[in-house]
Design a protein. Sequence first.
Length: 271
Amino acid sequence: MSVHKNVKKVTTHTLQEMKQAGEKISMLTGYDFSMARIIDAAGIDVILVGDSASNVMAGHETTLPITLDQMIYHASSVVRAINRALIVVDMPFGSYQGNSKEALSSAIRIMKESGGHAVKMEGGQEILESIKRILTAGIPVMGHLGLTPQSIYKFGTYVVRAKEEEEATRLIEDAKALEEAGCFAIVLEKIPASLAEKVAKMVSIPIIGIGAGNGVDGQVLVVHDMLGINNEFSPRFLRKYNNLHEQMMNSFQEYIKDVKSGDFPNESEQY
Ligand code: KIV
Protein backbone atom coordinates (compact mmCIF):
# COMPACT_ATOMS: atom_id res chain seq x y z
CA MET A 1 0.00 0.00 0.00
CA SER A 2 1.38 3.42 -0.92
CA VAL A 3 2.06 5.97 1.83
CA HIS A 4 0.00 8.48 -0.15
CA LYS A 5 -3.18 6.36 -0.20
CA ASN A 6 -2.85 5.41 3.46
CA VAL A 7 -3.00 8.82 5.13
CA LYS A 8 -6.03 10.88 6.14
CA LYS A 9 -3.93 14.00 6.66
CA VAL A 10 -0.55 14.64 5.08
CA THR A 11 2.11 15.82 7.54
CA THR A 12 5.79 16.62 7.22
CA HIS A 13 6.41 13.06 8.51
CA THR A 14 4.31 11.64 5.68
CA LEU A 15 6.59 13.37 3.17
CA GLN A 16 9.63 11.87 4.89
CA GLU A 17 8.03 8.41 4.71
CA MET A 18 7.26 8.96 1.03
CA LYS A 19 10.90 9.77 0.32
CA GLN A 20 12.01 6.66 2.19
CA ALA A 21 9.50 4.52 0.29
CA GLY A 22 10.60 6.03 -3.04
CA GLU A 23 7.10 7.45 -3.60
CA LYS A 24 6.99 10.78 -5.43
CA ILE A 25 5.43 13.80 -3.72
CA SER A 26 2.86 15.89 -5.63
CA MET A 27 2.61 19.61 -4.88
CA LEU A 28 0.68 22.45 -6.54
CA THR A 29 0.19 26.08 -5.63
CA GLY A 30 -3.20 27.28 -4.39
CA TYR A 31 -4.36 30.74 -3.42
CA ASP A 32 -8.14 30.67 -3.02
CA PHE A 33 -10.91 28.53 -1.50
CA SER A 34 -12.63 27.19 -4.64
CA MET A 35 -9.49 26.08 -6.49
CA ALA A 36 -7.87 24.66 -3.34
CA ARG A 37 -11.02 22.60 -2.64
CA ILE A 38 -10.70 20.87 -6.02
CA ILE A 39 -6.93 20.37 -5.74
CA ASP A 40 -7.31 18.80 -2.29
CA ALA A 41 -10.21 16.56 -3.38
CA ALA A 42 -8.07 15.37 -6.31
CA GLY A 43 -5.61 13.96 -3.76
CA ILE A 44 -2.64 16.33 -3.88
CA ASP A 45 -0.04 15.83 -1.12
CA VAL A 46 1.00 19.46 -0.58
CA ILE A 47 -0.59 22.80 -1.42
CA LEU A 48 1.86 25.68 -1.53
CA VAL A 49 0.33 29.10 -0.92
CA GLY A 50 3.08 30.58 -3.04
CA ASP A 51 4.07 34.21 -3.23
CA SER A 52 3.52 33.63 -6.97
CA ALA A 53 0.05 34.91 -5.92
CA SER A 54 1.71 38.27 -6.50
CA ASN A 55 1.96 37.37 -10.22
CA VAL A 56 -1.04 35.18 -10.97
CA MET A 57 -3.61 36.65 -8.57
CA ALA A 58 -2.57 40.30 -8.38
CA GLY A 59 -0.87 40.85 -11.75
CA HIS A 60 2.46 42.10 -10.43
CA GLU A 61 5.56 41.49 -12.54
CA THR A 62 7.51 39.96 -9.63
CA THR A 63 6.81 38.30 -6.29
CA LEU A 64 8.27 41.21 -4.36
CA PRO A 65 5.20 43.41 -3.79
CA ILE A 66 2.98 40.87 -2.01
CA THR A 67 2.62 41.62 1.71
CA LEU A 68 2.44 39.45 4.80
CA ASP A 69 -1.23 40.45 5.30
CA GLN A 70 -2.04 39.44 1.70
CA MET A 71 -0.26 36.07 2.10
CA ILE A 72 -2.24 35.45 5.29
CA TYR A 73 -5.49 36.26 3.43
CA HIS A 74 -4.68 33.76 0.65
CA ALA A 75 -3.48 31.10 3.10
CA SER A 76 -6.55 31.34 5.34
CA SER A 77 -8.80 30.93 2.26
CA VAL A 78 -6.89 27.76 1.33
CA VAL A 79 -6.96 26.42 4.91
CA ARG A 80 -10.78 26.62 4.92
CA ALA A 81 -10.89 24.44 1.79
CA ILE A 82 -8.57 21.61 2.79
CA ASN A 83 -9.28 18.21 4.35
CA ARG A 84 -6.12 16.29 3.60
CA ALA A 85 -3.20 18.19 2.06
CA LEU A 86 -0.28 19.71 3.94
CA ILE A 87 -0.42 23.49 3.55
CA VAL A 88 2.89 25.34 3.19
CA VAL A 89 2.82 29.15 3.12
CA ASP A 90 5.50 31.28 1.48
CA MET A 91 7.04 33.95 3.70
CA PRO A 92 6.90 37.04 1.47
CA PHE A 93 9.83 39.26 0.54
CA GLY A 94 10.69 41.65 3.38
CA SER A 95 9.08 39.58 6.12
CA TYR A 96 12.20 37.61 7.14
CA GLN A 97 15.37 39.04 5.57
CA GLY A 98 15.87 41.80 8.19
CA ASN A 99 16.73 39.77 11.29
CA SER A 100 15.75 36.52 12.98
CA LYS A 101 13.42 38.20 15.50
CA GLU A 102 11.41 39.79 12.70
CA ALA A 103 11.46 36.49 10.79
CA LEU A 104 10.05 34.61 13.78
CA SER A 105 7.28 37.15 14.36
CA SER A 106 6.30 36.94 10.64
CA ALA A 107 6.22 33.14 10.78
CA ILE A 108 4.14 33.21 13.97
CA ARG A 109 1.64 35.58 12.34
CA ILE A 110 1.29 33.19 9.36
CA MET A 111 0.72 30.17 11.61
CA LYS A 112 -1.66 31.94 14.04
CA GLU A 113 -3.71 33.99 11.57
CA SER A 114 -3.92 31.61 8.59
CA GLY A 115 -3.87 28.15 10.16
CA GLY A 116 -1.25 26.94 7.65
CA HIS A 117 0.96 24.02 8.63
CA ALA A 118 4.44 25.20 7.62
CA VAL A 119 6.33 28.08 6.02
CA LYS A 120 8.68 28.25 3.04
CA MET A 121 11.69 30.58 2.85
CA GLU A 122 14.02 31.41 -0.04
CA GLY A 123 17.74 31.24 0.62
CA GLY A 124 20.54 29.19 2.20
CA GLN A 125 23.25 29.93 4.73
CA GLU A 126 22.54 33.69 4.66
CA ILE A 127 19.14 33.14 6.35
CA LEU A 128 20.12 30.15 8.50
CA GLU A 129 19.86 32.03 11.80
CA SER A 130 16.24 32.99 11.01
CA ILE A 131 15.38 29.44 9.91
CA LYS A 132 16.78 28.02 13.15
CA ARG A 133 14.87 30.51 15.29
CA ILE A 134 11.59 29.70 13.50
CA LEU A 135 12.23 25.96 13.87
CA THR A 136 12.90 26.45 17.58
CA ALA A 137 9.37 27.82 17.90
CA GLY A 138 8.03 24.53 16.50
CA ILE A 139 7.19 25.87 13.05
CA PRO A 140 8.19 23.51 10.20
CA VAL A 141 10.28 25.17 7.48
CA MET A 142 10.61 24.23 3.81
CA GLY A 143 13.72 25.66 2.11
CA HIS A 144 13.92 27.02 -1.45
CA LEU A 145 17.19 27.12 -3.44
CA GLY A 146 18.28 27.59 -7.05
CA LEU A 147 16.22 30.24 -8.81
CA THR A 148 14.74 32.20 -5.93
CA PRO A 149 12.34 34.74 -7.48
CA GLN A 150 12.51 37.12 -4.50
CA SER A 151 16.13 37.81 -5.59
CA ILE A 152 15.26 38.47 -9.24
CA TYR A 153 16.84 41.92 -9.18
CA LYS A 154 20.12 40.38 -8.00
CA PHE A 155 20.03 37.64 -10.70
CA GLY A 156 18.76 39.97 -13.44
CA THR A 157 16.94 37.18 -15.33
CA TYR A 158 14.90 34.01 -14.78
CA VAL A 159 17.47 31.77 -16.54
CA VAL A 160 18.62 28.37 -15.21
CA ARG A 161 20.76 28.70 -12.04
CA ALA A 162 23.83 26.81 -10.79
CA LYS A 163 25.16 25.76 -14.19
CA GLU A 164 28.66 26.84 -13.15
CA GLU A 165 30.63 24.79 -10.64
CA GLU A 166 31.00 27.56 -8.07
CA GLU A 167 27.25 28.17 -7.79
CA ALA A 168 26.52 24.43 -7.86
CA THR A 169 28.95 23.83 -4.97
CA ARG A 170 27.36 26.64 -2.98
CA LEU A 171 23.89 25.17 -3.63
CA ILE A 172 25.00 21.75 -2.35
CA GLU A 173 26.44 23.34 0.79
CA ASP A 174 23.22 25.33 1.30
CA ALA A 175 21.08 22.19 0.93
CA LYS A 176 23.20 20.36 3.53
CA ALA A 177 22.97 23.36 5.88
CA LEU A 178 19.17 23.47 5.55
CA GLU A 179 18.93 19.75 6.25
CA GLU A 180 21.21 20.05 9.28
CA ALA A 181 19.22 23.00 10.63
CA GLY A 182 16.06 20.86 10.54
CA CYS A 183 14.13 21.92 7.42
CA PHE A 184 11.61 19.20 6.50
CA ALA A 185 11.99 19.60 2.70
CA ILE A 186 13.59 21.81 0.06
CA VAL A 187 12.27 23.20 -3.23
CA LEU A 188 14.89 23.33 -6.00
CA GLU A 189 13.88 25.68 -8.79
CA LYS A 190 15.25 25.80 -12.33
CA ILE A 191 18.64 24.10 -11.95
CA PRO A 192 20.27 21.32 -14.04
CA ALA A 193 18.55 17.93 -13.54
CA SER A 194 21.88 16.22 -12.76
CA LEU A 195 22.62 18.65 -9.91
CA ALA A 196 19.09 18.30 -8.47
CA GLU A 197 19.38 14.50 -8.54
CA LYS A 198 22.74 14.68 -6.78
CA VAL A 199 21.26 16.86 -4.01
CA ALA A 200 18.23 14.55 -3.62
CA LYS A 201 20.57 11.59 -3.13
CA MET A 202 22.83 13.51 -0.77
CA VAL A 203 20.23 14.69 1.75
CA SER A 204 17.70 12.64 3.69
CA ILE A 205 14.86 15.20 3.46
CA PRO A 206 12.52 15.37 0.42
CA ILE A 207 13.60 17.52 -2.53
CA ILE A 208 10.72 18.99 -4.54
CA GLY A 209 11.63 20.22 -7.99
CA ILE A 210 10.29 22.81 -10.42
CA GLY A 211 12.33 22.84 -13.60
CA ALA A 212 14.80 20.53 -11.85
CA GLY A 213 14.25 17.24 -13.69
CA ASN A 214 12.92 13.87 -12.64
CA GLY A 215 15.64 12.68 -10.26
CA VAL A 216 14.11 14.43 -7.24
CA ASP A 217 11.51 13.31 -4.69
CA GLY A 218 8.54 15.31 -5.95
CA GLN A 219 7.32 18.04 -8.28
CA VAL A 220 5.59 21.39 -7.89
CA LEU A 221 3.91 23.59 -10.50
CA VAL A 222 1.98 26.85 -10.34
CA VAL A 223 -1.65 25.78 -10.76
CA HIS A 224 -2.58 28.57 -13.20
CA ASP A 225 0.35 27.56 -15.42
CA MET A 226 -0.42 23.82 -15.52
CA LEU A 227 -4.09 24.55 -16.25
CA GLY A 228 -3.08 26.78 -19.17
CA ILE A 229 -4.92 29.81 -17.79
CA ASN A 230 -2.00 32.06 -18.63
CA ASN A 231 -1.27 31.53 -22.33
CA GLU A 232 1.73 33.89 -22.30
CA PHE A 233 3.94 31.66 -20.11
CA SER A 234 5.39 28.48 -21.61
CA PRO A 235 8.81 27.63 -20.16
CA ARG A 236 10.37 24.29 -21.13
CA PHE A 237 9.72 22.71 -17.71
CA LEU A 238 5.97 23.41 -17.79
CA ARG A 239 3.59 20.61 -18.79
CA LYS A 240 0.12 22.02 -19.53
CA TYR A 241 -2.70 19.67 -18.48
CA ASN A 242 -5.42 21.86 -19.93
CA ASN A 243 -6.01 24.91 -22.06
CA LEU A 244 -8.32 26.80 -19.74
CA HIS A 245 -7.45 30.12 -21.36
CA GLU A 246 -9.16 29.00 -24.58
CA GLN A 247 -12.01 27.21 -22.80
CA MET A 248 -12.76 30.18 -20.54
CA MET A 249 -12.53 32.61 -23.44
CA ASN A 250 -15.08 30.52 -25.40
CA SER A 251 -17.45 30.36 -22.41
CA PHE A 252 -17.26 34.12 -21.76
CA GLN A 253 -17.81 34.93 -25.44
CA GLU A 254 -20.78 32.58 -25.65
CA TYR A 255 -22.33 34.13 -22.54
CA ILE A 256 -21.89 37.64 -23.98
CA LYS A 257 -23.48 36.50 -27.26
CA ASP A 258 -26.44 34.89 -25.43
CA VAL A 259 -27.07 37.99 -23.30
CA LYS A 260 -26.84 40.34 -26.28
CA SER A 261 -29.13 38.19 -28.43
CA GLY A 262 -31.70 37.79 -25.64
CA ASP A 263 -31.27 34.00 -25.70
CA PHE A 264 -30.29 33.97 -21.99
CA PRO A 265 -32.23 33.48 -19.78
CA ASN A 266 -34.82 31.24 -21.43
CA GLU A 267 -38.11 30.14 -19.89
CA SER A 268 -36.66 27.35 -17.80
CA GLU A 269 -34.03 29.69 -16.41
CA GLN A 270 -36.48 32.14 -14.86
CA TYR A 271 -39.05 32.20 -12.00
O1 KIV B 1 5.63 30.95 -5.17
C1 KIV B 1 5.67 29.88 -5.80
O2 KIV B 1 4.77 29.54 -6.56
C2 KIV B 1 6.84 29.02 -5.61
C3 KIV B 1 6.95 27.82 -6.48
C4 KIV B 1 7.33 28.21 -7.84
C5 KIV B 1 7.87 26.81 -5.91
O3 KIV B 1 7.67 29.31 -4.81
